[in-house]
Write a protein that binds this ligand. Structure first.
Ligand code: SF4
Length: 211
């Protein structure tokens, strides 16, 4: 579906396609180890070949759920931190959702590939660019965290291209793609030792066997 149509529809209805929501531990990046309520929106047109949530791609396969209901569920979990992820959540206008979460006293974090300009008010923006669709340049200045998934050796120089583009305060993470972890993690360790502006990010939720 055309993202503009989805935006328009969601704005009017205050509803978004919800694939799943759950309270867990953030396993990746700057907030790794923190309790967090995840809201995973359906819909993505980026097309990563190694995507581990391909069932998120078709927005129409997921029920439209009201913002009020999502906020209520997050709030009642006891969390202080909400991570909006997908899919590609930035394909929707997230102004109402983020404002409602913040009014409920919850921190708003997003995980985005950056292919759409961001809407909404964010306490933390994790920008994770993908080779399969170029990001929108407006995201470079806004990112609090750059998280590059390393699938093969050429991804190190690709990561450096984005490290040059993001703002100077942006945290930099290299994370092995899960299926390539055994092969890529030793390279990442050596790369971070040689280039300490970067940090290692691991998907620790997978080690803990939690969502
Ligand atoms: S951007 Fe995320 S959800 Fe979309 S295809 Fe890539 S890994 Fe999957």
């Amino acid at each position: 579906m055309n993202p503009e149509i989805i935006n328009h529809k969601s704005e009017i209805l205050n509803q978004l396609p919800l694939m799943e929501d759950f309270y867990t531990i953030q396993g990746e990046g700057f907030y790794q180890g923190h309790a967090a309520y995840f809201i995973r929106l359906g819909g993505c047109d980026v097309g990563c070949v190694w995507c581990d949530v391909k069932e998120s791609w078709n927005a129409d396969a997921h029920p439209q759920v009201s913002v009020d209901e999502m906020v209520q569920r997050a709030k009642s979990s006891g969390t202080k931190l909400v991570v909006i992820t997908g899919g590609e959540p930035a394909m929707y206008d997230l102004s109402v959702l983020t404002k409602s979460l913040q009014l409920a006293g919850l921190q708003t974090n997003i995980e985005t590939s950056g292919v759409y300009p961001l809407t909404g008010t964010w306490d933390w923006i994790c920008f994770s660019p993908k080779k399969f669709k170029a990001p929108d340049p407006s995201v470079f200045d806004q990112a609090n965290e750059l998280k590059v998934i390393v699938y093969n050796k050429s991804d190190f120089s690709w990561a450096e291209e984005f490290a040059e583009k993001v703002n100077s305060g942006c945290k930099l993470f290299l994370q092995p793609e899960w299926s390539k972890e055994k092969e890529m993690l030793p390279l990442i360790i050596e790369y971070v030792k040689a280039n300490p502006k970067w940090e290692v990010s691991l998907q620790i939720h997978k080690y803990m066997n939690i969502p």
